[in-house]
Design a binder for this molecule. Structure first.
Ligand code: F6P
Length: 498
């Protein structure tokens, strides 16, 4: 099958979208709602327990038809198939992109199954207190040492699933700033702490520096022989991890067909298993797989990641919006945006297309945001009355976890109230005070999810993974390398050695 490489601006659909844009760009969404009275029902899609409402966007039926044509012209369907079939779509590194294979229990590669069994056995033994430290005490704290994808994904998930946490305290050390590791170690006991060194390459400067500081701290009281009771590693570079002093049996595998920023589903998720137990981790994988099936099988017109990707292209390339805000109305998701920043911006911040030509259009939306309602009291003023157009994703849950119904009602009233105010503003209202007028017409999506369960979280993360893939395909860029970051790493080493 052919992995197409098409400059999107040369397609027929792009030309039609350009004409269509000049017709619709100044139309108020309130008028589109009047013209499409069934819009509230029609612009809604469900995937299991996730409902996507895209009615509050500056689009109409025609926009959707043309965006769909664009997706077809650039070969999105084939690209999706090629990704799931393990074709080397990461051409600049000559690798397949198969994080979806880590969560497909019906067609699991034997090595993935084996790794999951190892994670299950290990995390069970730590949680149940069977794994003992060097003075025969049980483990109370687990520290994940890693950066980028070896930190952000597991840290976000463990934070999001706090409600399901067991007695273990899980910590994350990432920054090469020595104060980060020092602060983390301050409250820890060598005898009851387990360290997971997570590095796909096992060459990352920050991770090795932090691991060495921690190893030296540990050896102040313990001996070399005790290391295997307190240090395990996750890596695809077994040789380097062994040379570093990790017992081979304590190494959990990684594969080159899993990118760092998509690796929380692999052994990189070991700290997640420790924090919430293996069966919750498995539910997370199953939820992601449900979204994979939706993405792979649904028609584009009924496909949440495809529509999210296309609508985002519409704003980025026609309205020239540079940023997108993501606002989860859920305190547990306060690390969701930093996680997505790596996933989205490391993937789609590219200026050379898949033909090796500089692009002549904008790629890579800037992702930012924070939890509601806190962000309403921080930056929402700019969203409502600023001069920039910033499309927003609102993420909300029907039910809270602790069951404080009154406060959940307050939270969700804000979730709905904000998107409505952004849509309506004070349009066609007679307000005498110019400072109190709001133009409205500010676009947003709403993702409404039943409850924050491991399964739903898995689906939500996979949804954004697929959205960014859709955008990379339309923009005709390679979403799965990160040469820009590599150059920075090399230069830091050069400076260090000069
Ligand atoms: O930030 C660049 C990067 O290569 C990420 O893609 C990756 O997640 C991170 O560094 C850490 O790499 P490693 O797991 O090899 O230490």
């Amino acid at each position: 099958m052919n992995f197409k490489s098409v400059n999107p601006t040369t397609t027929e659909a792009w030309k039609k979208l350009t004409t269509h844009f000049s017709e619709i760009k100044d139309v108020h969404m309130m008028d589109i709602f009047d013209q499409e009275p069934d819009r509230n029902q029609q612009y809604k899609i469900k995937c299991n327990e996730i409902q996507f409402d895209y009615s509050k966007n500056r689009i109409n039926r025609k926009t959707l038809v043309l965006l769909n044509e664009l997706a077809n012209e650039v070969g999105l369907k084939q690209a999706i198939q090629l990704q799931f079939e393990g074709f080397n779509i990461n051409q600049t590194e000559d690798r397949a992109v198969l994080h979806s294979a880590l969560r497909d229990f019906n067609h699991m590669k034997p090595e993935v199954k084996k790794a999951l069994q190892k994670m299950k056995a290990f995390s069970n033994s730590v949680i149940k207190g069977k794994w003992k430290g060097y003075t025969n005490k049980t483990i109370t704290d687990v520290v994940n040492i890693g950066i980028g994808g070896s930190d952000l994904g597991p840290k976000m998930v463990v934070n999001a699933l706090q409600y399901y946490n067991n007695h273990l305290n899980v910590h994350y050390v990432s920054n090469v700033d020595g104060d980060h590791v020092a602060e983390t170690l301050k409250g820890l006991d060598r005898e009851t702490t387990l360290f997971i060194i997570v590095s796909k390459t096992f060459t990352t400067q920050e991770t090795l520096a932090n691991a060495t500081t921690i190893k030296n701290w540990f050896l102040k009281d313990a001996s070399q022989l005790d290391i295997e009771k307190h240090f395990v590693a996750v890596s695809s570079n077994i040789e380097k991890a062994v040379n570093y002093g990790i017992t081979e049996e304590n190494i959990f595998p990684m594969w080159d067909w899993v990118g760092g920023r998509f690796s929380l589903w692999s052994s990189v998720g070991l700290s997640i298993c420790c924090a919430v137990g293996y069966s919750n981790f498995e539910d997370l994988l199953k939820g992601a797989h449900e979204m994979d099936l939706h993405f792979k099988n649904e028609e584009f017109t009924n496909n949440i990641p495809v529509l999210m990707g296309l609508i985002s292209i519409w704003y980025n390339n026609f309205y020239h919006c540079e940023t997108e805000a993501i606002i989860p109305y859920n305190q547990y998701l306060d690390k969701f945006v930093p996680y997505l920043q790596q996933a989205v911006m490391e993937s789609n911040g590219k200026e050379i297309d898949r033909n090796g030509t500089p692009v002549n259009y904008q790629t890579g939306a800037i992702i930012w945001g924070n939890v509601g309602t806190n962000s309403q009291h921080a930056f929402f003023q700019l969203l409502h009355q600023g001069t920039k157009m910033i499309p927003i994703d609102f993420i909300g849950f029907k039910e809270s976890l602790h069951g404080n119904e009154y406060q959940h009602k307050l939270l969700m009233a804000n979730f709905y109230g904000q998107s409505e105010s952004l849509l309506e503003g004070t349009y066609k209202q007679n307000i005498n005070n110019i400072y109190k007028t709001f133009k409205g017409n500010k676009p947003s999506n709403a993702l409404l999810i039943n409850q924050l369960t491991p399964k739903n979280l898995g689906s939500l993360i996979a949804l954004y993974e697929h959205k960014l893939f859709v955008q990379g395909i339309i923009w005709n860029i390679f979403s799965y390398d990160q040469w820009g970051v590599e150059l920075g790493k090399k230069n830091a080493n050069k400076i260090l050695n000069s």
